[in-house]
Design a protein around this ligand. Structure first.
Ligand code: PLP
Length: 461
C-alpha cells in the first residue's frame, strides 16, 4: 500500500506541474490532485489507490465493449506487427481502412457509400462543416454558408466544431463562435416545455429552426447540425415529434441535415444510429467514440447520396485530411469492434430487455426527494436534481450540487457525470443485468448521502 501511495503522490505532483487537462480550471485541479486511473476490466475501473469503481459513463460515452477486451488488444497488436502505419494520401490505401469504410457503409441506409476518416469527433464535425461549404460551392451557391445548431449542443473543440457547440464557456474566452454560426433553443421539455405536452413542444421546438432559417434567409442557410440525443448538454431526449419535423423543415428550405452520432452511434440509443431511433434520415453522419469502443482514436464522416455523390464526382481536389486519416491500427481495432458488436447483438441491446431494466431501475429513483425527472433512451440517462419537484426549481448554481453529487458518487464507487445539476449516465453496452441493479443502488445511495448533506445545510435553494 505504501508503494501505491508513493506512486499516487508522484503522479499527482507531476500531473499538477506539467499536464493541462481538457475543460479544467488548471489551478483548481492542481490544488486537489487528479484521480489516477490505472486499470479497467469489464465495466469497472481501478484507481492508483486500489478503489474499484463502476464506470457508469463508459469512459467518455465511448467504451461500449467495456475494458480489457482481448480481441481488440490482439487486433491492435497484429496490425502493428503487420503494418503499423501507412497513410491514405498519394493514391494509397491499407486493407483495414478499406474494409472499415465498407463496413460503416454497410451499417448505414442505402446510398451512404462515401466515408472519410478523421481522429476525433471534433475533427469529424470540422470535416463535415468543410464538406458542407465545399458542396454548396460546387453547386454554384456560394452564398449558402450559415450553419445552425443548438444552444446546448456539443460538437467538439475545433474552431468550427466549437462554433457549432453552444455551451457558453466554449465561446467568449476564445473569441468564438466564428461568423456563419447560429444557435437555436433545445428540445428540452423538462426545462422549456412550459404548459405544452411533450409532442406539441417537440413541434414547437423544431419550428425554432424554421424561424431562424426565415430570419437568416433560406438562400443563405447551408445546414443544420444536431445530436439525436444531446449528450454533454445534459442528455436532452427530444419528444418523438421533434426530429421528423426538423427533417421536414430542412427539406422544405433545402438545408442539409447533419446527424452528429458521436455519442448516439453504434447502439447507444437502442438502434445502431440515433437517427433510426428518432425516425429521420440525415444527409451526413459524423461518428467517433463507439466506433472503436474508445480503444483507438478514430472518427468518420459518412455522406449520403446527395452530398456524397456530388463531392465524389467533383474534379476539384478535396484538399483536406490528416496524417492519421484511416490509420491502419485504429481501423483494424474499429473493424474488430464492429464484429464483436454484431456477434453479441450489441447494436440493439440497449433497446431490448437490458435497456428496459436500466430504464425501470432508474425510473424508480423518481420518488427521491431530490429528483425532478429521470429520462432514459437506450443506455443514456439523465437525473435532474431540483430543490422543489413541484415547481422544478433548480438549486442555486453556487451550491454546485451536481459536482458534489459526482464526487459523492465516486465515494460510493460509481462514475456518474454532472452537467449543471443533471446527473448523466451512459454505461458500457455490455453492462450485465446485476451491474445495472448495482448501478441503480449506488445512484440511490449517492442521492441519499447528498440529501443528508443538503439537509444539514438547511434551507433549500
Ligand atoms: C456529440 C459529440 N460530438 C462531438 C464530440 C467531440 O468528440 P471528440 O472529443 O472526440 O473530439 C463529442 C465529444 O464528447 C460529442 O459528444
Amino acid at each position: 500500500m505504501q508503494q501505491r501511495d508513493d506512486r499516487t503522490a508522484r503522479w499527482q505532483a507531476l500531473d499538477a506541474r506539467h499536464h493541462l487537462h481538457p475543460f479544467t480550471v488548471f489551478r483548481e485541479l492542481a490544488a486537489t490532485g487528479a484521480r489516477i486511473i490505472t486499470r479497467g476490466e469489464g465495466c469497472w475501473i481501478e484507481d492508483s489507490e486500489g478503489n474499484r469503481i463502476l464506470d457508469g459513463m463508459a469512459g467518455l460515452w465511448c467504451v461500449n465493449l467495456g475494458y480489457g477486451e482481448e480481441r481488440l488488444a490482439r487486433a491492435a497488436f497484429e496490425q502493428m506487427r503487420e503494418l503499423a502505419y501507412y497513410n491514405t494520401f498519394f493514391q494509397c490505401a491499407t486493407p483495414p481502412a478499406v474494409e472499415l469504410a465498407a463496413a460503416i457503409a454497410g451499417l448505414l441506409p442505402q446510398g451512404f457509400e462515401r466515408i472519410f476518416f478523421a481522429n476525433s469527433g471534433s475533427e469529424a464535425n470540422d470535416t463535415a462543416i468543410k464538406a458542407v461549404w465545399y458542396y454548396w460551392n460546387l453547386e454554384g451557391r456560394p452564398e449558402k454558408k450559415i450553419l445552425i445548431s443548438r444552444r446546448l449542443a456539443y460538437h467538439g473543440v475545433g474552431l468550427g466544431s466549437a462554433s457549432l457547440s453552444g455551451l457558453a464557456p466554449m465561446h467568449a474566452p476564445f473569441d468564438l463562435p466564428l461568423a456563419r454560426f447560429r444557435h437555436i433553443g433545445d428540445p428540452y421539455w423538462y426545462r422549456d416545455g412550459g404548459g405544452l405536452d411533450g409532442e406539441s413542444f417537440g413541434i414547437a421546438a423544431a419550428r425554432w429552426l424554421e424561424e431562424e432559417i426565415l430570419r437568416v434567409g433560406p438562400e443563405r442557410v447551408a445546414a443544420f447540425f444536431g445530436e439525436p440525443v444531446q449528450g454533454a448538454g445534459g442528455v436532452i431526449i427530444p419528444p418523438a415529434s421533434y426530429w421528423p419535423e426538423i427533417a421536414r423543415i430542412c427539406r422544405r428550405y433545402d438545408v442539409l441535415l447533419v446527424a452528429d452520432e458521436v455519442i448516439c452511434g453504434f447502439g447507444r440509443t437502442g438502434r445502431c444510429w440515433g437517427f433510426e431511433t428518432f425516425d429521420f434520415t440525415p444527409d451526413i453522419v459524423t461518428m467517433a467514440k463507439g466506433l472503436s469502443s474508445g480503444y483507438q482514436p478514430i472518427a468518420a464522416v459518412a455522406f449520403g447520396p446527395r452530398v456524397g455523390e456530388r463531392i465524389f464526382a467533383s474534379e476539384l481536389e478535396f484538399a483536406h485530411g490528416g496524417t492519421w486519416a484511416g490509420h491502419p491500427v485504429a481501423c483494424r481495432v474499429a473493424l474488430e469492434t464492429l464484429r464483436i458488436m454484431s456477434e453479441e447483438g450489441l447494436f440493439t441491446r440497449a433497446g431490448g430487455p437490458a435497456g428496459t431494466l436500466f430504464r425501470s431501475r432508474l425510473a424508480e429513483l423518481a420518488d427521491h426527494p431530490l429528483v425532478g425527472e429521470v429520462r432514459c433512451c437506450g443506455f443514456l440517462a439523465a437525473i435532474e436534481l431540483v430543490v422543489d419537484k413541484a415547481t422544478r426549481r433548480p438549486f442555486a448554481p453556487e451550491r454546485r450540487v451536481g459536482i458534489r453529487a459526482r464526487e459523492l458518487a465516486l465515494e460510493h464507487g460509481l462514475v456518474m457525470r454532472a452537467v449543471r445539476d443533471v446527473m448523466v449516465l451512459a454505461p458500457p453496452l455490455v453492462i450485465a443485468e446485476e451491474e445495472i441493479e448495482e448501478l441503480a443502488r449506488r445512484v440511490r445511495r449517492t442521492l441519499d448521502a447528498l440529501a443528508r448533506e443538503l439537509a444539514a445545510e438547511g434551507d433549500g435553494s
